[in-house]
Design a binder for this molecule. Structure first.
Ligand code: ADP
Ligand code: MG
Length: 858
């Protein structure tokens, strides 16, 4: 055992409990790090690595940051996904016997940041805990420490279901027990880029009862308790401001898996992080940070309950129709600060007087907002307004007590207004009178001595003094002035009266500061008791902000209110892709209709590259999502069903960015859609099968189409460059061909981006090559090869037709190539395809076969 110095021993003891964090060890004005921490931190923070004596032969690696600049360094580490334990001196070094006592006062982690750049204004910062109850049941509890929002849900299903939900939440940190499946842990940190933390304690000794009251499910309580223990352990303070956990069910919302969200660029663009070019970016006309966060939550969870959707649409419509009220509402909202995070800081004990001024200003906007929202003249709006709480007594208290431009620090006075507190006023008077007396002293002394340049000044070391230039020193009365300090050109003196007054002033000032601090703390406690009321108003204000944002965008971009039907109809007239339209301008954008109904469940879309297939498909999905979050949609008319889920798969070749664009991933994703889609889902398959050889790809594409057509019946848009698939229209009763056209104009290929019925013209490939000015011979040769291939195909077809007579079975299974069946035969094939052989016994199977054969012979 090496003999470290007592301080290093203390360091090691503390560090032992914080193995997975950087330990910021307070030494005077610095936070120091030692050993491994120092080596790693010096790299991550780009600061100099030094060393110090530690009692052993070898010096100990060390690096440090000044405490007043620590916040910035901590932020860097947190953003890189590390944890930082803050270890402070918890006793006065002057009173310490031996080593100063030190304790960790807070563990800052990516999921628990309360301030600084690590906390995005427009985004929630969630931390979740997961408890696995068996292979397929998970309890998730999550919380945003900065706003107090707390939610919980039980999930049934595979790991994928869990990962999806975590990505919908957008969690930065996940808390689990130490037995948690390591494979799943790895997946979570990879997919979510979230850090994993361990918390074993799930005992609820009634201490969290208030926060857990709304949870009925024991499993959820367990998960929530785990999270609360972790939060308390890391934050080491009250969790009073946390709102009670509310339980939700994922089935209340439209299901959108992670890949679909990414493909549709709902809140994150495919090209890197950032929100530019996303639906969120398009829709964000919110004025408050709270509104922006709510908007993101709504986009992440579209609704499926028609009444709830209509309620939102009603509110958007009425906000849209009241132009002037809307403008005024926007103005008023600009005066509302982030009430949720203000409450968070109050409860957390790090709110300062400036926060209170923001709180006061925000609350004083509320009465005007109430009046205005009532003018929208809609029952739901009035209902919202009625629940807005201006907390008048609180604003009154803050108005009376806190000065308008308080300093950041709450420990140096200058916070409390005159007239708020008698005793404080007395001290203030004493200090002011004293200062007045001193100002007058200067005049008196000048007269008495006849020295015009005499002045009275103050510095920290000597306190108040009388300063006289050297040349005038001889004019001073002997014995009255005591010399304190000599400067190059002047001498500084004190007198007994001056010192007496000084003591009074300093005493009064000190009392002022102490009293102001304790008054501030009292006020903070009062504010704390208002938190639930403030949070309620905050919620309503965020909601109002989103409605005005939807209304603003819908008006500016000429969106219409969607209408819902349950007749399996999609009737979109002149629909647009909202983001592409915004980026290119509405003049340029070519609107397109989309017509589907119970007879047209699938559209097969062909057309050359760059013609607009993907854009068309996505605009349908985005229209559905916009409608279901309660926003108007980019179309002239839109009558659509409510979808329970939306799936989008894009072919490997198109998915250039993800880096994992393997065919396997594409197939896994396709499987996910096929396994989970229902009749009420919307599926977009964009060039599926492109990532493999032609025949493979085509065969798979066809099989997938048939499968969805026959077994799922979801509304499906399928784009393909396999022209051969267009013949499916004749076989599959619900499938229709459409195409996006391109024409040649003055020797150039012009994309019209117009969706038309029927399959695309076939030979555009070579045509495009021609337009691109490839050598003439090459083009001719390509045409030759194409003809050969086509002839070959025709020959094969003939052969097949011949063999049809010889071997009926073969014809049956190569049927997709065959198009010459009669209506009667096609019906029989359909029947055959739908037979559920797995559920038949041999006798039933024989009978069915017999029936079918009989029909065929008719
Ligand atoms: P495809 O999937 O057929 O290859 P995309 O949907 O990717 O084609 O569209 C290619 C480009 O064409 C888009 O980036 C967009 O600029 C433009 N485009 C697509 N649809 C339209 C439209 N309806 N109006 C105007 N431009 C469009
Ligand atoms: Mg495409």
């Amino acid at each position: 055992m090496v003999q470290y110095t007592p301080m290093i021993q203390q360091y090691l003891q503390v560090k032992a409990n914080y193995q997975d964090a950087f330990l910021f060890f307070r030494l005077g004005d610095f936070y120091e790090m030692f050993f491994e921490d120092a080596i790693n931190a010096s790299q991550e923070l780009e600061i100099t690595l030094t060393s110090r004596e530690g009692g052993t032969e070898e010096r100990i690696p060390m690096c440090g940051v000044p405490y007043h600049a620590a916040a910035g360094y901590i932020e860097v580490l947190i953003q890189k996904g590390y944890k930082v334990a803050i270890c402070e001196q918890t006793e006065d070094p002057k009173q310490a016997k031996g080593v100063v006592r030190r304790e960790v006062v807070q563990l800052i982690t990516p999921g628990t940041v309360m301030e600084g750049k690590g906390l995005q204004e427009k985004e929630n910062n969630y931390i979740s805990s997961i408890t696995m109850f068996n292979d397929a049941t998970f309890g998730i509890a999550y919380n945003d420490l900065s706003t107090g929002e707390s939610k919980a849900t039980i999930l049934e299903g595979s790991y994928e279901v869990l990962l999806n939900e975590l990505s919908t939440i957008g969690t930065k940190e996940v808390v689990v027990d130490s037995n948690f499946d390591s494979d799943l842990k790895k997946k979570i940190s990879e997919r979510m880029n979230a850090i994993i933390s361990i918390e074993e304690n799930i005992n609820n000794d009634h201490e969290f009862n208030n926060i857990l009251t709304k949870l009925s499910n024991e499993n959820l309580k367990t998960s929530a308790t785990r999270l609360l223990h972790y939060l308390r352990k890391t934050q080491k303070r009250s969790l009073d401001h946390l709102q009670p956990f509310s339980e939700y069910e994922v089935n209340q919302y439209m299901k959108l898996d992670y890949y679909s969200k990414r493909n549709l660029e709902l809140t994150e663009s495919i090209r890197g992080k950032g929100s530019k070019g996303t639906l969120l970016w398009l829709l964000d006309e919110t004025v408050t940070a709270m509104g922006a966060r709510t908007l993101k939550q709504w986009i992440d969870r579209p609704l499926i309950n028609e009444a709830n959707i209509e309620r939102r649409l009603d509110l958007v419509e009425t906000t849209l129709q009241h132009y002037f009220e809307r403008q005024e509402l926007r103005e008023l909202l600009k005066g509302v600060y982030d009430l949720e995070r203000l409450s968070g800081r109050v409860a957390f004990g790090n709110a300062n007087a400036r926060d209170f001024i923001q709180l006061k200003k925000s609350l004083t906007q509320i009465p005007a907002i109430v009046t205005l929202v009532k003018q929208l003249n809609h029952i739901e709006a009035i209902n919202l307004a009625d629940h807005l709480d201006p907390c008048e007594e609180l604003t009154h208290l803050l108005e009376k007590s806190i000065i308008d431009n308080p300093p950041l620090s709450i420990k140096e006075g200058g916070i409390i207004k005159d007239g708020f507190h008698n005793e404080l006023d007395t001290y203030k008077d004493a200090s002011r009178n004293g200062k007045q007396w001193i100002a007058e002293l200067e005049k008196e002394e000048r007269q008495k001595t006849g020295i015009k340049s005499l002045k009275v000044g103050y510095n920290r070391v000597f306190g108040y003094y009388i300063e006289v230039t050297r040349a005038n020193v001889h004019l001073l009365e002997e014995g009255r002035y005591e010399r304190k300090q000599t400067l190059t050109n002047a001498e500084r003196y004190i007198t007994p009266e001056l010192k007496e007054k000084e003591a009074l002033i300093l005493q009064a000032e000190e009392k002022c500061i102490d009293l102001e601090y304790s008054l501030f703390m009292e006020i903070r406690e009062t504010v704390k008791s208002y938190i639930p009321r403030i949070q309620q108003s905050a919620k309503i204000i965020s909601e109002l902000d989103v409605y005005q944002s939807f209304a603003t965008v819908s008006e500016a971009r000429h969106y219409v209110r969607p209408i819902f039907n349950n007749k399996r109809q999609i009737h979109i007239l002149n629909g647009r892709h909202p983001v592409v339209e915004k980026v290119m301008g509405s003049q340029e954008y070519v609107p397109n209709d989309c017509m589907m109904d119970s007879e047209r469940e699938m559209l097969l879309i062909t057309g050359p590259n760059m013609s607009g297939k993907s854009t068309f498909m996505r605009q349908i999905a985005l229209t559905a999502i916009l409608a279901q979050i309660g926003c108007f949609v980019p179309a002239e008319k839109a009558n659509i069903p409510i979808f329970d889920q939306v799936f989008t798969r894009i072919g490997a070749a198109d998915d250039l960015i993800s880096g994992q664009s393997t065919f396997m991933v594409e197939m896994l994703e396709a499987k996910n859609a096929i396994a989970n889609a229902t009749k009420n889902s919307l599926i977009l398959f964009d060039e599926i099968g492109r990532g493999t050889s032609t025949y493979d790809g085509m065969a798979l594409a066809q099989a997938i189409i048939e499968y969805i057509h026959d077994r799922i019946g979801a509304k499906t848009l399928f784009s393909t460059h396999y022209h051969e698939l267009t013949v499916l229209e004749e076989i599959l009763s619900q499938l229709k061909n459409i195409h996006v056209s391109a024409i040649e104009q003055k020797g150039k290929l012009v994309f019209l981006h117009k969706v038309k019925p029927g399959p695309a013209d076939k030979s555009y490939g070579i045509h495009v090559a021609e337009l691109a000015d490839l050598p003439k011979e090459l083009i001719n040769r390509a045409t030759e090869i194409l003809n050969e291939l086509e002839n070959e195909e025709a020959r094969n077809k003939n052969n097949l037709e011949k063999s049809e007579h010889v071997n009926e079975q073969l014809a049956l299974f190569t049927e997709p190539v065959q198009t010459k069946y009669t209506e009667h035969e096609r019906n029989i094939l359909d029947e055959l395809r739908k037979l559920n052989i797995m559920e038949m016994n041999p006798m039933q199977a024989m009978n069915s076969l017999y029936e079918i054969q009989k029909k065929l012979k008719k």
